[in-house]
Design a protein around this ligand. Sequence first.
Ligand code: PRX
Length: 649
Amino acid sequence: MSLIYEPSRAFSKEARIKNMCEYKELCLQAEDDYTGYWAKLAREKIDWFEPFHTVLDESNAPFYKWFLGGKLNVTHQCLRRHLNVRKNKAAIIWESEFGDKRIITYLQLYYRVNRMANLMKNKFDIKKGDRVILYMPMIPEAVFAMLACAKIGAIHSVVFGGFSAEALRDRIEDSKAKLVITADGAFRRGKPYMLKPIVDEALSIGCECCKKVLMIERNKEPVNYKRGRDYIYNELIMQESQYCDPEPMDSEDPLFLLYTSGSTGKPKGVQHSSAGYILWAQYTMEHVFDVKENDTFWCTADIGWITGHTYIVYGPLAMGATTFIYEGTPTYPDAGRFWKNIEEHRINQFYTSPTAIRMLHKEGSNEPSKYDLSSLKVLGTVGEPINPDAWLWLRESVGNNRCSIVDTWWQTETGGHMISPLPGATPQKPGYATFPLPGICAEIVDNNGNQVPRGKKGLLCITKPWPSMIRTIWGDSKRFVKAYFSDVKKDGKPVYFSGDGAIMDEDGYIMITGRTDDVINVSGHRLGTAEIEAVLAHHENVSEVAVVGKPNPIKGEGIFAYIVLKNASDNIGEEIDMIKELNKLVVKQIGAIARLDAIKFVPGLPKTRSGKIVRRILRSIARNEEINQDTSTLENPAIVEQIQMLDAN
Ligand code: PRX
């Protein structure tokens, strides 16, 4: 029996959704008239240039279309409309690790975005539909660049600054981007790190499509400058006009692409729409964070992930809130840094990852008590399951037993929250994402699409389309259908399968149990085992490889590789060198987030008779779990014990 924590009465009284009756009432409204529910919200929340005539077009499922006929521009939603009512309010408050601060009002942000939009149009000939890659640190210019793309109808694709040149190249090439916007570099743990040299390298190993680079000077470290290709933002921006007409966009025009890992080798360019996405960003800011006019909202994610897109940029700005951006790590100069930021900026909603919470709990469990955290109202987590210990520490030590905790389940593909407590309504249970948002039809089913009984693990599916859902995989609509709409059918119709497992308990609370496919979740970062395997298999001495995830007390999961070498060696020194080499290869080709926790050299891998590697067995071995699967049907049953023996040593 888990404990249940009610929202504080004082908070509920002021919240948009005050109790479970109100929550259920909304769910019923959506159930009674599904399209009517979303149409009403879209009319209320979006400032349309032209109204939509069709709420949902299902004629070409699963390529669903929402709010057809509508015209809008999300920058109008995030900036222009606020100028009448809050032009001098802080849109962005930014702080560096050194404590430097910048405050950018809505009016200033509006002008900055317009200048950057004009620069892109005039200098780089960027037009509606063109792709622009952003490879940026956590500075306000990253937000300017995203919104500048949106203003002129260009499709941005932000690549996380921790990805390597190869990974960046792949994304530039797949999206056929014309322009890369980057910075010389930035600072991490008090020291400069570089981005521009990685862009240079990416462009030197491919990227025919990309002819121009716009670089923001941030850390002012020396960089190479290629005449005719590279341009410096700081020198050009003030020459551009601070006015720029927004491109009228169709509801379904793509707003951005964001690459994410799947269970095959190649990352997927998840394509999001304009209207459905911005509606969702706002809907969830209101319902899940209950953000109010004077709130300061802090999401600690990197802007290169979907969490950064929806909850640093589009959600808070669509709400007219103040978004706090911190360019730094949680433990610099010490494990009190996050709490210091919260105290100093009077943060009201704090949204972070379970990994960060576990790390801060471990490294400084008493640190929160040294700061005044009384401004906090809602604490949110995302990206991975949160263990009850970390949840309880967050509630007691950070939230002073007063704040609601919203364990939000969602994905790059969903655009925003899907299953989460509502902070003024939902009694919370540690480790549970609780209930679907009103209007979201989530079901936990077996392989045949039948609902599994309560308490039993099943596949988490969303059975009706929703406005902010992924529209397609860029350039690969077949893969879109196969990846999300082919595994599970309900009443004979394919439904969206998330790739996650889940359990519903006796009270109807949903717990996410993790990925059921070959995706590993390291510190909330999604990595495909196939991607890592493909890199390792490139090494000349690697014959076969299988990568699995293994639970890690801080990162959630760590990466484990089982490798069969062509020329194995008994020499420990040679083995250690090989491990170093393989790790270097992974970091070079993907980035430091894919660094392996452990590599085991094994004489063979467990395979079916048809030659397929049975990763499930390796996963169990890595976790020291009992192997439930019948191993006698394997091509080489003895290998299981051999690997277990090696693992024990
Ligand atoms: O496995 C789920 C996990 O993160 C995956 C989505 O990763 P990504 O697309 O990178 O987006 C992360 C930020 C939304 C999911 O398939 N995940 C996300 N939120 C939770 C979670 N696992 C458990 N609990 C959560 N609250």
